[in-house]
Design a protein around this ligand. Structure first.
Ligand code: FCB
Length: 504
């Protein structure tokens, strides 16, 4: 989930702190940990920056827009359709995609920038709808059959792209599904208008999406696995649920942006099933050890995990509500995907164990942005789901110490963690307010025994921030929407020096 835009009307159920939350974040920063001061990050630690295909590709300076933009994805439809933009409750900026950074054309010089930070890794994503723009692909039943439907231009692009990442000395960590779905499997507009009656229902239709996304993932693993060992299946499954099906609001709307708890909870578990199918497909098809470390692939998912605090630590209802928010937000998906335990009625007890889902997590990719402060309620926020007895009072508090909480939470599932995103806007220009305190806290956690394999800052450059368009700026590099010039912010130098020292 993205840090919130300052000052604006909020969705009624998710009041978030306004700009104040950001203004006080330095006060929340964990004090530098003296015991960690002498320590350095482990050998082989992945230091990187992160981007996502949809957010950076469009806006090419010379290539025609129809080549540069991927017009076959649900997100392209979501942010460009005039009717959807006109509907105020969709909170769509209407910014043209052409204001994006044009990474599709400029990736080589972007990788120069990434490498110049001294980083050794880079997180990006593949757009399913670029590789398979046509619904005819759905008739394939094997990866071999699917290959016949791959778009040759997209295939050539991704091959050149991954070659370039490796040539820059960067280990790619590649997300197979960073929110976007092909229109032929998810018509977000039709499902926004009629979630019960739409035909291409995305994550609502497990019978269709599970085999299709598994085959696509297997295809990617087979084609690109000789350069990629680190795979991420799904980005922020809970954000898809929350902003797509439960509480779309100004902070984030994901297509189809409906408020339907009866659909949201099934989607959460469909995403868990999707992850397992993608995991198996990658494992079966990535047969090359790209980095020579002895393993063909590390496959994980990327949940957004939050630190949680009760509003009043002496109030039992608040403490209980905080534990339940932690359960619903952080653990439901991990319990399902790592342990195979499904609690579909959110009563805190798994009623179903799935061996065919369990154990499919080589690492947990953690997107960490914020701490949520919770007021407990005497009854559930959503009838029929007992563990929703909380009200998030403060949703956006930058809280560096929480990065230790979330990596420890990930490790408690018995798997290593990678910080796959961590960043802020308005930009921490100097890197001293947000970046350094977070890395100090992360190093403190590692020093205390946490198994963390890497850190990716969100983001290398300003980009198209989903429904907010180009208004929110997360980049270490600013991007001029017209000339496409990249300009380093001071934080880039701070990050480079931290990487060089191996310590914050
Ligand atoms: C996360 C998304 C990422 C970006 C950041 C700011 O929720 O995974 O794509 O939008 O927020």
């Amino acid at each position: 989930m993205p840090p919130r835009t300052p000052s604006s009307p909020r969705s009624p159920r998710l009041p978030v702190l306004s700009i104040l939350a950001c203004a006080v974040c330095s006060a929340c920063a964990a004090p530098p940990d003296d015991s960690a001061a002498a320590a350095t990050f482990p050998e082989g630690f992945l230091w990187g920056t992160a981007v996502a295909g949809f957010q950076v590709e469009a806006g090419c300076p010379t290539l025609p827009a129809e080549t540069c933009e991927d017009r076959n994805s649900d997100w392209y439809q979501w942010v460009t359709d005039p009717d959807l933009i006109a509907e105020r409750g969709n909170y769509l900026s209407g910014d043209p995609m052409s204001n994006s950074p044009g990474h599709y054309e400029l990736y080589d010089s972007d990788l120069d920038i990434a490498a110049s930070l001294g980083s050794n890794a880079f997180r990006t994503s593949i757009e399913w709808s670029r590789l398979f723009p046509d619904g005819a692909a759905e008739s394939a039943t094997t990866v071999e059959e699917l290959a016949a439907y791959a778009d040759p231009v997209a295939l050539a692009y991704y091959n050149a792209y991954f070659d370039a990442i490796v040539a820059h000395g960067l280990t790619p960590l590649v997300t197979l599904n960073h929110y976007t779905l092909p229109l032929w499997i998810h018509d977000g507009k039709a499902c926004h208008d009629d979630p019960d009656g739409c035909t291409n229902r995305g994550w609502l239709d497990l019978a269709r999406i599970k085999p299709a996304i598994a085959l696509y993932s297997g295809f990617c693993a087979r084609e690109f696995g000789d350069r990629i060992d680190w795979w991420a299946t799904e980005n922020e499954p809970f954000a898809i649920v929350l902003s797509g099906y439960l509480l779309p609001g100004e902070d984030r709307t994901n297509p189809p942006a409906v408020s339907r708890p009866d659909l949201a909870i099934p989607v959460a578990f469909n995403l868990a099933e999707g992850h397992a199918a993608m995991y198996d497909a990658v494992k079966a098809n990535d047969t090359v050890d790209a980095d020579g470390d002895g393993s063909m692939s590390m496959v994980g998912a990327v949940p957004n995990l939050v630190a949680v605090a009760p509003l009043d630590a002496d109030n039992e209802t608040d403490v209980h509500g905080a534990a339940d928010l932690d359960y619903v937000y952080n653990r439901i998906y991990l319990n399902a995907t790592v342990n195979g335990d499904f609690d579909r009625d959110l009563d805190g007890v798994a009623e179903e164990h799935r061996d065919d889902i369990a154990g499919r997590m080589d690492y947990i990719g953690v997107n960490y942005y914020t701490r949520i402060t919770v007021r407990g309620l005497s009854g559930p926020l959503f009838a029929d789901y007992p563990a929703t007895d909380f009200y998030p009072e403060v949703v956006w508090e930058e809280y560096p110490a929480g990065i230790a909480d979330v990596v420890n939470l990930a490790n408690s599932y018995g798997v290593p963690a990678v910080i796959t995103e961590n960043g802020t806007q308005p930009t921490d220009d100097s890197g001293e307010v947000f970046l350094r305190p977070h890395l100090q806290a992360l190093l403190g956690a590692i020093d205390a025994g946490a198994d963390v394999r890497g850190y990716f800052y969100w983001s290398l450059m300003d980009n198209y921030e989903w429904n907010h368009g180009t208004e929110l700026k997360f980049g270490m590099y600013a991007v001029d929407p017209v000339t496409k010039a990249r300009t380093a912010r001071p934080i880039a130098e701070t990050y480079a020096s931290i990487i060089q020292n191996g310590a914050p």
